[in-house]
Design a protein around this ligand. Structure first.
Ligand SMILES: [Zn+2]
Length: 279
């Protein structure tokens, strides 16, 4: 079961050993991933191709590892159970809703540093085919963020173990509110970007257009109105759907007010009328 199993399947998913997944800098839990052949990396890559902007080196292949030491990878995988079956005591513990830490099932962390860390790693459910499962994740199949949230909460409603109202409260508190506040803050401190040459300006030059080397390109906002208010309607819908506490809905109301202070309400687009229309 060593990570010899790297290949192509009909799924849009890379199958590899959990060690390999954890050895990456970032867990690919639903993110897009890529694979690069070694020689391509050695022959065609140069750090001078990387963008100079911050974050430009984030996904670049600059570090190479030849040995995979389970002790050195992300410790999330150390909690992977490797027993061939769950003992009866495990099922009894589920009835008492015990914490996973209090249940004895053999995990990778019990084997670290021993030869068994690479051998006889069992699974509890076997399969005859590695891609006999969803071939693409719903996260990719579902289009907009609003639809993703809708689908997620339809699922929450069906799972008895999930307190959907609490999940909604948490997603608003930890994701939507910080995003709304953050983007509103960044909107007023944003830069302007030239559509032609990508030059950035902290303030729009008096000429009203790009002044770099007589470029004259149009300047655009780097943070749009849409990116500021994108989670507003979504938050309001969730609050209504789960009848969330008034305090939370008032916080959303306050941020909505701040947003409407910055942006004028949508005006209907003025159409140029033909003179005949008035006769
Ligand atoms: Zn320009």
């Amino acid at each position: 079961m060593l990570s010899r199993v790297i290949g192509f399947t009909k799924a849009n998913v890379g199958y590899a050993h959990p060690y390999l997944i954890s050895a990456r800098r970032r867990n690919c839990d639903g993110d897009e991933d890529s694979c690069m052949l070694l020689m391509d990396c050695l022959l065609n890559f140069s750090p001078s191709f990387l963008p100079a902007s911050r974050g430009g080196t984030m996904d670049a292949p600059i570090v190479m590892t030849v040995l995979l030491d389970p002790k050195e990878v992300d410790d999330e995988v150390h909690a992977m159970e490797c027993a061939p079956a769950f003992p009866l005591s495990f099922y009894r513990a589920t009835l008492e809703t015990k914490s996973p830490a209090d249940v004895e099932v053999e995990q990778i962390r019990d084997r670290l540093g021993k030869p068994e860390q690479f051998r006889n790693i069992h699974s509890t459910h076997s399969t005859s085919s590695i891609d006999e499962a969803p071939l693409r994740s719903s996260y990719v199949l579902i289009g907009s963020m609003a639809e993703k949230v809708e689908a997620q909460f339809n699922l929450c409603d069906k799972i008895r173990a999930v307190d959907a109202a609490d999940a909604a409260r948490r997603v608003i508190l930890t994701h939507f509110l910080p995003d709304l506040y953050g983007n509103l803050y960044r909107f007023s401190r944003q830069e302007f970007r030239c559509v032609k040459c990508n030059a950035k300006y902290r303030r729009v030059p008096l000429a009203g257009k790009c002044t770099r080397d007589g470029c004259g390109g149009k300047l655009l906002l780097t943070i749009s109105k849409g990116s500021v208010s994108k989670y507003l309607e979504l938050s309001k819908k969730l609050i209504e759907r789960y009848n969330l506490p008034t305090y939370l809905s008032q916080r959303i109301m306050l941020i909505e007010q701040s947003i409407s202070n910055v942006f004028r309400p949508e005006e209907p687009k003025e159409k140029q009328a033909n003179l005949e229309a008035f006769m």
